[in-house]
Design a protein around this ligand. Structure first.
Ligand code: ASP
Length: 329
């Protein structure tokens, strides 16, 4: 993964225009009419950041005629298990007390959703979120309740703090300066959106949250509507970056609603970022990145600072795409 690289801007214009036209043409139709209107584009997956192992896994599931729900779960699990990814799952950076606490959510084509927040000692937070969705009458479980539920469901318990993350935390404690660094070091949630061969959409989002956060802090990533939102008639969106700002604007829901109103995924992501900027004077101090996909399989991404990218796997290939940004440098 090379999230640390400074990435130049790229253009996403053409597909975006088509997406807007498609959504506008669907705005007045029933869901059946909309479904009839759609030419399935073949399976597709996108994820925040350059996570080729995650998107490859998800695409493998999709190519095997798996559901978008299975694809996003298994895709982000790759990152949760990867100790070299220090923003997700095992190996994630801890809070300021040295505890790794995970947040995750998942949402399917039927608007079913599940989430866990402040989960400790369980690697696959996304799978626990899925069990919350499928096996309980609730949407979200927190902390000790989430951990106990995971254990009851047979998830193994293990220490998530690796030596590397522990050493870095001990180093951080010498100054205890809480200062999020743009694009790197202390954030980088994995949000993933997929369309399966039926044309159905699902999404997942998983994170260890902002590094060295206050104990108990929960960001946007497990909050349905903020860190992730899917409407199978329209599309999906997911976020990375300073979660507090994404929550304030209910960012992912906003982007899906903008697509419903006729914006392309690209235009909708741009408006999502602009909404945050318009409400935050010191927006230059933070990074936010959104990605989105619509029902026609068109994608978009936008961020505040250059450096954010998203990985895409479709029939046309498997590549890392630099997101365009509000600031140029
Ligand atoms: N959105 C995550 C959070 O606020 C962190 C990140 O993606 O950078 O917890």
């Amino acid at each position: 993964m090379d999230r640390r690289k400074f990435i130049k801007n790229g253009g996403l214009g053409g597909a975006a225009l088509m997406g807007g036209a498609w959504a506008a043409s669907c705005a007045d139709k029933t869901s059946e009419e909309k479904a009839g209107n759609i030419t399935p584009t073949g399976p597709l997956v996108i994820a925040t950041w350059n996570v080729p192992n995650a998107t490859a896994k998800a695409y493998e599931v999709l190519k095997g005629k798996g559901t978008a729900l299975d694809a996003v779960e298994q895709g982000v699990m790759m990152e949760e298990a990867d100790v070299n990814n220090q923003s997700v799952g095992k190996g994630g950076r801890p809070d300021r007390d040295g505890n790794v606490t995970l947040d995750a959510c998942i949402m399917d084509k039927d608007s079913r959703c599940g989430a866990v927040v402040y989960l400790q000692n369980i690697v696959h937070a996304v799978s626990v979120a899925r069990r919350v969705m499928e096996d309980t009458p609730h949407v979200m479980l927190a902390g000790e309740g989430a951990r106990k539920f995971a254990l009851e469901k047979g998830f193994p318990e293990e220490d998530l703090l690796t030596d590397k993350s522990r050493q870095e935390w001990l180093e951080w404690k010498k100054t205890s300066k809480y200062d999020p660094v743009i694009n790197i070091e202390n954030h980088d949630t994995i949000g993933m959106l997929a369309i399966d061969s039926n044309g159905d959409i699902a999404g997942a989002c998983t994170t260890s949250g902002m590094a060295y956060k206050m104990a108990g802090r929960v960001g946007d990533s497990p909050i349905i509507g903020a860190g992730l939102f899917v409407d199978n008639e329209i599309g999906g969106a997911t976020a990375t970056g300073m979660g507090e700002e994404v929550v304030r604007t209910v960012g992912s829901f906003l982007i899906v609603e903008l697509m419903r109103q006729g914006k392309s995924p690209q235009e909708a992501c741009e408006e999502g970022v602009r909404r945050i900027i318009s409400k935050k004077e010191n927006f230059r101090d933070i990074q936010i990145g959104f990605i989105a996909v619509n029902k026609a399989g068109e994608t978009g991404a936008y961020c505040i600072h250059p450096g954010f990218s998203y990985r895409k796997y479709s029939e046309s290939g498997h590549e890392d795409n630099p997101a365009t940004s509000y600031l140029q440098s």
